[in-house]
Design a protein around this ligand. Structure first.
Ligand code: TRP
Length: 428
């Protein structure tokens, strides 16, 4: 059986809520039980440093998230469950990837760009309050993924760009140093709808509308009582469409249970009774885990031991892999003989242009090397003539044409490879 390796990280910046449970914890625990799947789950505490400067909060969040995943049924014997900062190879790999990642590519990362756009809009310096950590976020994430050569990375839609960047890093590194990395793919759970929060918007810490996963029974009941509803009186039929209460119920209930609540809505169930139904349904699923969660929260030493055991498992892969990568890039011992430096191999032979049209109706071209790795990628152009002219210019002038075409091109990751390929094409 071919094994598919899944990997995902959880930033240790908050307390898990029902949205995290439905959207990530529950599907991940289920997936980890599937035959043929090898799972890596880790606490992304280096990532937490990017947004949080309260040490106690990071420590507490680390414990809460670990305890939540374990209480929800993650089996640390079966999966590799670890803390990012226990793997020193990850920051080391981050540096290797930093050196093959175009700065222009990082300029386009959504999170960084959003901060810059906000600053620009308010008239302050574009990089005001932007740390280099935020800028480098995608590279650290690339190292998380490539360190273990994960095939699939289950993430929310907001993270797709980061996975694409990790793919590009894998290609750039492989292009220079040989095949070491598997380009990963984002795995988006289409069936998992985002859970609404107390106010009907997406449940999210930033909206302050969450229900903590391990609220006590009393707290859970109180919070559910606060879910927004409309003002229809008992006996009046209610709409399921747009009802946060109904949507949350649906995320926990079976198809039959959902149908019977739909009927109750039509028959005019009171909001009080509907909330009681929701409370009981959630509590039925969570109550058995709550005890385990509380036990782990009261015994952090046990969680620590599990995480350290997970780190040992992870490092059994990371340490030898890093040794291989150090050698590949030329960080080598001097005591076993020193290689003569060869002229750079003509990896550029066989590079060619391709022109095509995309679903968006626009015209594109790209330059790929012999293996099909993309060296140069155009943006969407209005006509095939524009694409054709750009290609002709590059063929005739080689890399001298790059500057005049830069508004029509994606940022270049591997400038040296592009230049070499263009020079080879021009000479041919
Ligand atoms: N950036 C991810 C998030 O905010 C967390 C994360 C860090 C991650 N490293 C990762 C997710 C590697 C998947 C793979 O959700």
């Amino acid at each position: 059986m071919t094994i598919t390796r899944f990997l995902t990280g959880i930033t240790t910046s908050g307390t898990p809520h029902l949205g995290n449970y439905v959207g990530s914890i529950r599907p991940a625990v289920r997936a980890s039980l599937t035959p043929g799947v090898e799972s890596f789950y880790f606490l992304a505490d280096y990532h937490a440093l990017i947004k949080i400067d309260e040490p106690a909060r990071i420590q507490r969040s680390t414990l809460e998230i670990a305890a939540s995943w374990l209480a929800a049924g993650l089996d640390p014997e079966r999966v590799t469950f670890y803390r990012q900062s226990d793997i020193p190879e990850i920051p080391e790999l981050t540096w290797f990837l930093t050196c093959v990642t175009g700065k222009g590519v990082l300029n386009r990362a959504h999170a960084y760009k959003a901060s810059v756009d906000k600053n620009t809009a308010t008239g302050v310096d574009p990089d005001s309050d932007v740390t280099a950590g935020l800028f480098m976020y995608p590279v650290l994430m690339g190292a998380d993924i490539l360190m273990f050569n994960a095939h699939k990375v289950p993430v929310g839609r907001d993270q797709i760009q980061h996975i694409e960047m990790a793919r590009d890093m894998a290609h750039s590194f492989n292009h220079r140093y040989g095949e070491h990395f598997v380009p990963p793919q984002a795995e988006i759970e289409e069936s998992v709808a985002t859970l609404p929060g107390l106010d009907g918007r997406k449940m999210s810490k930033s909206y302050d509308n969450t229900i903590p996963l391990f609220a006590s029974r009393e707290q859970l009941k109180k919070l559910i009582a606060g879910i927004v509803t409309d003002s229809r009186a008992p006996g009046e039929p209610k709409e399921t469409e747009g009802s946060a209460l109904f949507q949350i119920y649906q995320a926990f209930a079976s198809a039959e249970e959902t149908e019977s609540l739909r009927k109750a809505y039509a028959e005019g169930i009171s909001w009080g009774d509907a909330k009681q139904t929701l409370f009981e349904r959630i509590d039925r699923e969570i109550a058995p885990m709550r005890e385990r969660y509380q036990y782990l929260m009261d015994n952090p030493g046990e969680v620590e031991a599990m995480l350290l055991a997970g780190a040992a498992k992870a490092r059994a892969i990371a340490t030898p892999f890093m040794t291989r990568l150090r050698h590949a890039v030329g960080l080598r011992t001097l005591s076993t003989g020193v290689e003569k430096s060869k002229a750079k191999a003509t990896k550029t032979a066989g590079a060619s242009f391709k022109q095509y049209r995309e679903k968006d109706g626009k015209f594109y071209f790209k330059l790929t090397d012999a293996k099909g790795n993309v060296l140069l990628q155009s943006l969407g152009l209005e006509s095939p003539q524009t694409a054709g002219k750009s290609i002709a210019l590059l063929q005739q002038q080689g890399s001298d044409a790059l500057d005049s075409l830069k508004d029509a091109l994606e940022p270049i990751t591997d400038v040296q490879a592009v230049q070499a390929a263009l020079e080879a094409i021009k000479a041919a």
